[in-house]
Design a binder for this molecule. Sequence first.
Ligand SMILES: C[S@@+](CC[C@H](N)C(=O)[O-])C[C@H]1O[C@@H](n2cnc3c(N)ncnc32)[C@H](O)[C@@H]1O
Length: 211
Amino acid sequence: MARVSSVHTGGKTIEGFFPATAMPDSDWWGALWPEPSQVVAKLGIEPGLDVVDLGCGDGLFTVALAHVARRVLAIDIDPRMLDLARARVSAAGVTNCAFVEGDAYEIATLVPWRADLVLIANTFHGVPDKERLARGVAAILKPNGWFVVVNWHRRPREETPVLGQPRGPKTDMRMEPEDVAAAVEQSGLRLARVVELPPYHYGAILANSGT
Ligand SMILES: C[S@@+](CC[C@H](N)C(=O)[O-])C[C@H]1O[C@@H](n2cnc3c(N)ncnc32)[C@H](O)[C@@H]1O
């Protein structure tokens, strides 16, 4: 049975918050991801797509997605993150982005259209019931749509320093692309391609085989 989790942040408790997925401090996060637009390009995100940024955090990737996609729906369970993401998107001058507060498990009720692509970056490692999440994602993907999981490689935490400190999830929470593929198998999503995102990450690109 998957654990029920919560986090106490900003003076309130958020039920359903995935373990070990708090937004990192922007100093080292910005140093690790200096070019989010290049990441988006490497992941094959093309103009004209309808995209969901699941667990958008402070909007680092949301802006890069919005520069390319037809429209972006950014979802996060933490309203403070959505405020930061909104401000970042607004400062970038992009207008094709909407924001929804909610639990990623409920993606099928949060997204009012079918998506070409759902991106979950730096969050999947902490999802207690990965199959449940994948089923929700598959339900809102268009036929031949994509679920893109950006994760830390399964390297020991002490071997993934940024700005002189070990960073990222605990070693035993980390997954390789084949672990992601196995976790979502029952939802009909299939690993199609892996993109390396040095120094420590990969993008697992999963194809929706459903209709
Ligand atoms: C580590 S941050 C990653 C943010 C962004 N994707 C990035 O890579 O910069 C994980 C995000 O997931 C959000 N989150 C945690 N549990 C969630 C849930 N159950 N549903 C939706 N978002 C969640 C957190 O609030 C946080 O903003």
